[in-house]
Write a protein that binds this ligand. Structure first.
Ligand SMILES: Cc1cc2nc3c(=O)[nH]c(=O)nc-3n(C[C@H](O)[C@H](O)[C@H](O)COP(=O)(O)OP(=O)(O)OC[C@H]3O[C@@H](n4cnc5c(N)ncnc54)[C@H](O)[C@@H]3O)c2cc1C
Ligand code: SF4
Length: 478
């Protein structure tokens, strides 16, 4: 069992400055950082009161056994803490980094509720699993026996990957198909690297490959392989395609250059972080450098765009939102982070159109006030007459949310049941669709949601698929 490292003084000044080489200084830095992180994780973990009413656990979509792994961390039993944490979560270090903990586990921590500040559960979860990776405790799947049946998974986002992992551990032959060149879905091309480092995602993909999962990248179902052919090729299929149709803005000037979709902007930035050559960044069309940037929207995607624009060296970054701060859908923490980084929020401001000659030079903005609550109970924004003004902008990023693509039409599978919003209809518990042997998980069922819910769905769907295949095999053997 690994022991919690003790804090120890490392004298980086002694041999400084010039003579020591950069590698040694970097090693010292990492040693100090690692020891600081260990001490901090233990200190935070020991703040858990073991209250006996673990609201943190019930409000975690994976029902992670948080009190027990905090207890193990506080006493230095990190390998056991890791074993416990990974038993319920396929990607604990990813959730530790990007779950909106203020709305989930940490927001419901009893210590937080009593006004003493939450135990930083996400940071401890990240620390435990990062330590497990460093110590070689994270191992590829090693099924006790290989099974002949195969499962085809459409989509290599967190939902598809969580299902792939669970099914592979059971010994099924798993093939993941994705239209992108890299696996990870929005973990790879949506969420920016400053929130989720890309090597953290890629090492998970490599682990799945090492455990025997096959990836067919650059393969779009409905274009390169038909949905029916995929169903014929596998004993069961999981649809985990996410939601990718961006909500758009109309109005005068909507077609001007320099008005771009959030996901195009974030994908280009993420590709650059991978070291890819990105023509749209080189020619400036998807770069914020030196520009007055206006982001339209108030959700987490908008926050990712404004914070990316700051990092790209924008001249100014403003975020327009038609309601006020209290009614913003994005995480409070993310909004605070953006403000601290210099982003200006323009509340109660709705775009009416765009001005410019060929390229955008400004957004026509209607000033709003909040009126009576609408059907959802939220106060509806109303326009204030004769108060319009122009907000200068050289780059406008539309971050208004996402909807599902029309899968039955795209896949020439009119029988696939969808809701009136276009999400795939799937049983709440088993994730089975109306088509035999076809399951669905993640955003394509829930609508735009969270990584942790996609993981939960992927794991649950995998369990249901295993039962379905076992039943089918038993019938065939009769
Ligand atoms: C900018 C942004 C930031 C976000 N930040 C956070 C955050 O901080 N925390 C959080 O919890 N959640 C966040 N989310 C939400 C989260 O990323 C999603 O809820 C989650 O990724 C959904 O997982 P999924 O597996 O269902 O789909 P996705 O991650 O969308 O993966 C779907 C995959 O399916 C592939 N695919 C689609 N159609 C086909 C096809 N026909 N053939 C082959 N492949 C196909 C896609 O290429 C993609 O790789 C964010 C979302 C966005 C857009
Ligand atoms: S998975 Fe997310 S909600 Fe659950 S304990 Fe981890 S950070 Fe909290």
């Amino acid at each position: 069992m690994a022991k919690q490292p003790m804090l120890k003084f490392v004298d980086i000044g002694r041999n400084m400055p010039a003579k020591r080489d950069a590698d040694a200084r970097r090693a010292d830095y990492h040693e100090i950082y690692a020891e600081f992180a260990a001490a901090k994780a233990a200190e935070q973990a020991s703040r858990c009161s073991q209250c006996g009413v673990p609201y943190c656990q019930t409000h975690c979509p994976l029902h992670n056994n948080i009190p027990d792994w905090l207890n193990l961390t506080s006493t230095g039993r990190l390998e056991e803490a890791y074993e416990l944490s990974q038993a319920t979560n396929t990607f604990p270090e990813i959730c530790g980094r990007i779950c909106p903990q203020d709305r989930l586990c940490e927001g419901n921590c009893v210590i937080e509720q009593s006004g003493h500040g939450t135990v930083t559960i996400g940071a401890v979860e990240k620390y435990i699993t990062d330590t497990a990776w460093e110590n070689g405790w994270v191992k590829p799947a090693a099924p006790r026996r290989e099974r002949p049946e195969s499962v085809g998974i459409i989509g290599a986002g967190p939902g598809g990957l969580a299902a792939a992992d669970t099914l592979r551990q059971m010994g099924f032959q798993v093939v993941v198909y994705d239209r992108y060149d890299r696996a990870g879905g929005l973990l790879t091309y949506g969420i920016p690297g400053f929130k989720l480092e890309k090597d953290v995602v890629m090492r998970r993909v490599k682990l799945l490959e090492a455990g025997g999962v096959t990836f067919r990248m650059n393969t779009e179902i409905g274009r390169d392989i038909s949905f029916d052919a995929l169903r014929d090729a596998h004993d069961a299929v999981l649809i985990a395609t996410g939601v990718y149709k961006s909500r758009d803005l109309g109005g005068p000037g909507a077609g001007l250059g320099g008005i771009v979709a959030a996901l195009d902007y974030l994908t280009a930035s993420n590709r650059l972080n991978f070291g890819d050559e990105v023509a749209e960044i080189a020619d400036g069309s998807l770069s914020a450098e030196g520009k007055n940037v206006v982001v339209i929207g108030g959700g987490d995607t908008a926050m990712d765009c404004v914070r990316t624009a700051v990092r790209q060296g924008a001249k100014s970054v403003k975020c327009l939102y038609r309601r006020d701060r209290a009614n913003m859908p994005g995480s409070v923490r993310e909004t605070q982070n953006a403000e601290e980084e210099g982003v200006e929020f323009v509340w109660l401001a709705a775009p009416k159109g765009f001005v410019g000659e060929g390229r955008v030079s400004g957004v026509r903005v209607a000033k709003m006030r909040l009126g009576a609550p609408d059907a959802s109970g939220r106060r509806a924004p109303e326009e204030i007459e004769d108060a319009d003004y122009t907000e200068p902008a050289d780059l406008v990023i539309k971050a208004l949310g996402f909807e599902p693509e029309a899968l039955p039409e795209l896949w020439e599978s009119p029988d696939l049941g969808v809701t009136r919003w276009g999400t795939v209809k799937a049983d709440f518990h088993s994730h089975a669709t109306n088509l035999p042997g076809v399951y669905a998980a993640g955003d394509i069922v829930r609508g735009a949601s969270l990584v942790v819910w996609a993981i939960r769905d992927g794991r649950d769907a995998a369990e249901a698929i295993a039962k379905y295949i076992a039943a089918k095999t038993a019938v065939a053997a009769e």
